[in-house]
Design a protein around this ligand. Structure first.
Ligand code: 5GP
Length: 208
């Protein structure tokens, strides 16, 4: 039997601003099995953010060109700015057998799930909503008005939790990261993702 190559997987992590997605991702990556998708945004860089590492920062006009040229896998607006996932990188990494991590909002996540039902959706939450406010205020990157907008947005996003495959409470970063690694491992063991199943049943496309 020929060697069977495993295809990669899309792992989407969403959660309100202040849920600790950034810290969790820093602990999860870099790793040989995971590849992080860097998004495009029209938001202005925060102090310390690096173009090409944190985001590809662009103008609204450039963003719309990308939509027109079908360069984005999904896109959404979030508190007055546009955000989107570059398609080419994701495709390349999936073909290389990686688990591609997208850190995107709920609207983007649901768009991806619709197009690729086999993607895995994880919702990250802080232990309490009070903690959310504390973290947003504490990190000192937003104005008071933006914090209120982001908290309002958080209460809207939480309503969509049930559309997600997994809920991870981020009360301790290491534990949350271990849970995410475990989810990825278990998901990759599903027969529907396995090169064996695809080959044995000669299926064009696997679905989970
Ligand atoms: P922030 O401005 O705090 O970096 O991100 C704001 C929100 O945009 C977060 O919920 C983040 O997950 C989301 N986001 C970041 N990149 C993307 C993307 O490419 N697509 C979508 N739909 N949301 C994104």
């Amino acid at each position: 039997m020929d060697k069977i190559t495993e295809k990669g997987m899309l792992l989407i992590i969403s959660g309100p601003s202040g849920s600790g997605k950034g810290v969790v991702l820093k602990e999860l990556l870099p790793s040989d099995n995971f590849a992080l998708s860097v998004s495009v945004t029209t938001r202005r860089p925060r102090a310390g953010e690096v173009h090409g590492k944190d985001y590809f920062f662009c103008t609204t006009e450039q963003f719309f060109d990308k939509i027109k040229n079908d360069e984005l896998l999904e896109h959404a607006t979030f508190v007055g700015n546009y955000y989107g996932t570059p398609r080419a990188y994701v495709q390349e990494q999936i073909d290389a057998g990686k688990t591609v991590v997208l850190e995107i909002d709920v609207n983007g996540a649901l768009q991806v799930k619709e197009k690729f039902p086999e993607s895995v959706l994880i919702f990250l939450m802080p232990p309490t909503m009070q903690e959310l406010r504390g973290r947003l205020v504490g990190r000192n990157t937003e104005t008071a008005e933006t914090i209120e907008d982001r908290l309002h947005r958080a209460s809207e996003e939480v309503k969509l939790i049930e559309k997600y495959d997994y809920l991870v409470i981020n009360d301790e970063v290491k534990t949350a990261v271990n849970k995410i690694r475990l989810i990825a491992q278990v998901e990759r063991l599903k027969p529907c993702r396995s090169g064996y199943a695809v080959k044995l049943f000669n299926k064009e496309r696997n679905s989970c």
